[in-house]
Design a protein around this ligand. Structure first.
Ligand code: SME
Length: 162
């Protein structure tokens, strides 16, 4: 399968894998797992969640990572501040990049918002190869995050629901 076909497959599967009635933490955990399983180029994938002050480490797949990131700091904090997806072809060329994993070479960060526009956090994907992420990744990751924003976050104003 090409990456494009994999993304199309994921878009079709996600509504059956990620269910509004399940807990947010469970959904976000499975979401990172399915991305890691589908795309071998991903060395680390995870959420950083905004607590009103800064971003803190959420569900992820990969090596141990930084537990908190200031808004405006690194790629994650910059994406959260600008509320836009950032593709970094070479992390050494991104001023202020936070090297949680010294082997990380490129990344993409997609912001995630609640339905009312408030920041929920960001989705961060890293690779140990240069230039791993492109506009196809951006398009499909934003579509997948759109599903989370429209179908999961409206039921998850708190981390847990009963
Ligand atoms: N790459 C991030 C830091 C988080 S780790 O890569 C998991 C950044 O510069 O924002």
């Amino acid at each position: 399968m090409t990456e494009l076909e994999k993304y199309e497959d994921l878009i079709a599967r996600v509504p059956y894998l990620i269910l509004p009635e399940d807990q947010l933490i469970s959904n976000l955990s499975n979401f990172t797992a399915v991305l890691k399983e589908f795309f071998p180029k991903i060395s680390w994938v995870g959420f950083y969640i905004f607590n009103g002050q800064k971003l803190f480490l959420g569900p992820f797949q990969g090596k141990i990572a930084c537990t908190s990131i200031e808004i405006g700091s690194g790629v994650c904090g910059t994406s959260a501040q600008r509320n836009e997806t950032i593709i970094v072809e070479d992390v050494e060329k991104f001023p202020g990049h936070i090297a949680c994993d010294p082997e990380s070479r490129s990344e993409i960060v997609v912001p995630v918002s609640y339905p009312d526009g408030r920041l929920f956090g960001v989705l961060d994907l890293d690779s140990t190869e240069l230039g791993s992420f492109n506009l196809t990744d951006k398009k499909y990751l934003e579509k997948l995050i759109d599903y989370i924003e429209k179908n999961i976050l409206p039921h998850s104003s708190r981390l847990w629901h009963s």
